[in-house]
Design a protein around this ligand. Sequence first.
Ligand code: PHB
Length: 395
Amino acid sequence: MTTRRLVLTRSAAVIGAASTGLLLPEIVRAQSNKVRVGFMLPYTGTFAPLGVAIENAFRMALDEQGGKLGGREIEWFKVDDESEPSKGVENASRLVQRDKVDVLVGTVHSGVQMGIQKVARDSGVLSLIPNAGVHAATRALCAPNVFRTSFSNSQPTRALGKVMVDKGHKKAVWITWKYAAGDEAFEGFKESYTAAGGTIVKELGLPFPNVEFQALLTEIAALKPDAVACFFAGGGAAKFIKDYAAAGLKGKIPLYGSGFLTEGVLDAAGPAADGIYTTLHYSDSLDTARNKAFRLAYAKTFKLQPDVYAVQGYDTGLLMIQGANAVKGDLSNKKALYAAMESAVIDSPRGKWSMSKQHNPVQDIYLRVVENKENKVVGVAAKALADSGAGCRMA
Ligand code: PHB
């Protein structure tokens, strides 16, 4: 498809239909021939800062390379998904049907992602997942047009269990928000902790995005496990860390987590976060030129410290750039576009990573510890870790 032919064809159609007064938006779109990028992210609620970080860094990646995709200008669209699963299909459809986006970038919440996944599979629109780790997206419901640049929910915690047992914690309590992200993070934790010889004495949970932790913390105190492991993120994670310390558990029962627990919350959590060990595919303190340059540029541009969500948004931009460049901006050349994305190696602030066959990152998982409002790298807890991709059949 050449730009020129598209414009002429559409123009002819419009002349034919001029008397009806219809199709004006069509012609405007054809003539502008911009790539239409739609963000579906949380801009309100406990995950709002995560959505903002993803959008910021996605835009930064593109700006660093001239602000275009495959030589074409970009037109932006945005929907606040509110981390509300019941509105997932409707919100994704709005971007795809009404705004006619060429690529949908979203989202954070696993439940909302299931709505996007349905719309992506039904419409064939290119869908880039900059956070939500829901297994189905790159397992049973995988699709050629869906690529994840973040993690699968069990990836970070698959590296956590052995760390805890190695530190002598044989009996643990697990606590999380009860929805796909927490339940699937538990899957990874359970597998790694029990394989290393640990016993999970109790699973505790509360509905997302509830932050009334008090009764559960009282239960943990009574259970007296060797350690606690958890999945929380965003505003809820900051509150959990503070409530854990306020309940008198800090210093008595060590707290561990999938690393989202301590991402983007260290200012809010303050000293209550010190000493928390977590596993994740990123750490602020990775001592590489790539990470330092990224952190400096992000902090300068947005007057904010970047976190894992910013890294994921940035990498989503890098992946989109690689794909668009490979087809010189012709995103309708899907075969070549997807092939380029599948074989992409992303030179990320987290370290280089590649795509699995099921379109999920194959990446290192770091062990980190919070010290003075920073996630310090302790080591690599799992090297080049891939999700199983179980049940994925690409159409
Ligand atoms: C998810 O719902 O998949 C999710 C949300 C926030 C995170 C990680 C996973 O930090």
